[in-house]
Design a protein around this ligand. Sequence first.
Ligand code: IMP
Ligand code: MG
Length: 178
Amino acid sequence: MHPDIERILLSEETLAARVRALAEEISVDFAGRRPLFVGVLKGAFIFLGDLVRHVTLPCGIDFLAVSSYGRQAVTAGAVRIVKDVDGDIRGRDVVIVEDILDSGLTLSYIISLMNARKPASVSVCTLMDKPDRRKVPVEARYTGFCVPDEFVVGYGLDYANRFRNLPYVGVLKRAVYL
Ligand code: IMP
Ligand code: MG
């Protein structure tokens, strides 16, 4: 285990099994359709890569990147698009793929942005959810794991752009960020 990690929350095996189950559920729900998976960069890149490899439908893949001023700034919750999706989403079944749903501010912004473009549907697939932290109501149609209110890294998630490459999700030692 990495020395900055306090404990492993989701092992590689646990992640693989759950991600596969989510992909199977999505494949059933969207049978006969061609969903467009929109990954939220950067945190969702590994999750999206593993997820779509088990989706058995024809599908599209796109990405967007947002920057949040939520944590330190006074304008709590302001979200800004840094990279938009490349393709037209009108009439598409958009599945937003996110690493972790926390306050909900990021996703509620992305959902309204997508809805304004008249897709056929918008749903959310999040690897993790911290439901106790919600500031605005956002419901994911697909949730991998509900996790406690602790700072987690790995499997795409970072602290200061580090730890994304860990193959598991672990709780970061407090000494690393305090
Ligand atoms: P929200 O807008 O508060 O829901 O923020 C969600 C975003 O915050 C996620 O996409 C992550 O980038 C980041 N985030 C929230 N909790 C964690 C965590 O425990 N580890 C790493 N990133 C996190
Ligand atoms: Mg993120």
